[in-house]
Design a protein around this ligand. Structure first.
Ligand code: DMJ
Length: 457
């Protein structure tokens, strides 16, 4: 009897050991895979950065194929290093951070006698500097941000308070009265952070007034049009959608509420969300998409879905709507896999490409990452890996990374947007980053993926 009991005990122990070790390997395998992937993404970032260092040091962007650099305007504003810095912080790239800081603090000067597009400068430069200050702690980032913020302020001097598109950084002269909701509404996070960090409320007040004025002019659907005259408040294009020219207006209503707890923004987001669900969401045979409509009648005007539109899945996640986010993600993957990289836009009824480039945009990866973060469903982890592998395969040149002219032929373009460093590589990395490197729940990412801390620091 004793012998039998001993045998039973032995068998039970073996079974336990087997079941524990059967459970452990996949976890261990997952952790090993994750760590290896994190190193691969870092290596990709570093390869791109090396190209910038070698061919374009001190300029705005690199052209890896010709081994040259290029500036957006008459002189450089150091777009790439400023945009790349927050990703370097998250990746823990100490040496690269130091060389970028040396360049930025030695060379960056906003006293420039030329016009810039306030939207791009706000999301990439102002957002980048503020986030760098929060992540790195060097006060010189904040000083540069304050100087830039003050130079940009005259954009709000229109009769409606909605910002002009362009501003001369030296003289403050503004131009470009025809603007759009994205360029009017995507200032709130950066200006709000500037107010929070300096104690000067003027930045938040002006950027909020602009959004409120825009919101008041919404159509009968509750949604804005595509283009508006900021002097008269008249719409010059009355089509509504979630795509470029409107996209980040919605993103900032929700994120503004999350970052600053401003209930007006919450209410504006919720009203907009209702309109989007009712008039733009489109459940069709090919999947779940968002189309275009007339801002008053809500009648469908377009069935185009673009790479930019993919951001909306991340917004849905932040809003807790994981059902729509998951459905949209499925469509996004379908679009990505049409040719192996997502085209700039497709007609989602015919699934034909309407614009064939892939300019290393991050939005599809962004939405997949948010779904992975919030649901921990392994299929999103695998999708993240898959998208990174596609970039490795098609966007990699011998000496850096490039954009793709046409995803149907994978012909390369001699260009690399700074958001490759700020966003695309950051979102790829976040799938695999060690837990102590980054916590999405503690920050709100601006539309260029620069993290702002939710708690006052
Ligand atoms: C980025 O500059 C920002 O994400 C912006 O909101 C939209 N376009 C690019 C990336 O595609």
């Amino acid at each position: 009897m004793k012998e039998l009991f001993k045998k039973f005990l032995l068998l039970w122990c073996m079974l336990m050991i087997f079941s524990v070790s059967a459970k452990n390997p996949p976890d261990k395998k997952f952790e090993t895979d994750k760590a290896a992937m994190a190193e691969r993404v870092k290596a990709a970032f570093l390869k791109g950065w090396l190209a910038y260092k070698t061919y374009a040091w001190g300029m705005d962007a690199v052209k890896p194929l010709s081994g040259k650099g290029q500036n957006w305007y008459d002189e450089s504003l150091l777009m790439t290093p400023v945009d790349a810095f927050s990703t370097m912080c998250i990746m823990g790239l100490g040496k690269e951070k130091e060389e970028a800081k040396k360049l930025i603090f030695g060379k960056l000067d906003f006293n420039k006698d030329f016009e810039v597009q306030q939207f791009e400068i706000t999301i990439r430069m102002l957002g980048g500097l503020l986030s760098s200050y929060q992540l790195d702690g060097d006060k010189r980032f904040l000083e540069l941000a304050i100087d830039l913020g003050n130079r940009l302020l005259p954009v709000f001097n229109s009769p409606t308070g909605m910002p002009y598109k362009m501003i001369n950084l030296k003289t403050g002269k503004v131009s470009g009265k025809i603007s759009n909701p994205a360029e009017i509404g995507t200032m709130l996070l950066e200006y709000g952070m500037l107010s929070r960090l300096t104690g000067n409320t003027v930045y938040y007040e002006k950027s909020k007034k602009a959004v409120v004025e825009l919101y008041k002019l919404r159509g009968k659907t509750g949604l804005p049009g595509t283009q508006i005259n900021v002097e008269t408040g008249e719409w010059t294009d009355r089509q509504t959608h979630i795509s470029g020219m409107i996209d980040s207006y919605y993103e900032y209503l929700l994120k503004g509420w999350l970052l600053f707890g401003d209930r007006d923004l919450k209410q504006m987001w919720e009203a907009s969300r209702d309109g989007i669900n009712k008039y733009l969401a489109d459940d069709v045979k090919t999947g779940f998409w968002y189309g275009g409509a007339d801002m008053d009648s809500g009648i469908r005007t377009s069935t185009e879905f673009g790479a930019l539109d993919c951001f909306f899945g991340a917004v849905l996640c932040l809003d807790g709507d994981f059902v729509r986010a998951a459905k949209l993600e499925k469509s996004i993957q379908k679009m990505w896999d049409l040719y192996g990289l997502e085209p700039e836009s497709i007609d989602y009824i015919t699934m034909q490409v309407t614009s064939p480039s892939y300019i290393v945009r991050p939005e599809a990866i962004e939405t997949t990452y948010y779904l992975w973060h919030f649901t921990k469903d392994p299929k999103y982890y695998e999708a993240g890996k898959h998208m990174f592998e596609s970039i490795e395969k098609y966007c990699q040149a011998d000496n850096g990374y490039v954009e793709i002219k046409d995803v149907r032929t994978m012909e390369k373009l001699d260009a690399l947007q700074s958001f490759f460093f700020a966003e695309t590589m950051k979102y790829c990395y976040l799938f695999f980053a060690p837990d102590d490197a980054f916590n999405l729940d503690k920050v709100v990412l601006n539309t260029e993926a620069h993290p702002f801390f939710r708690e006052k620091k």
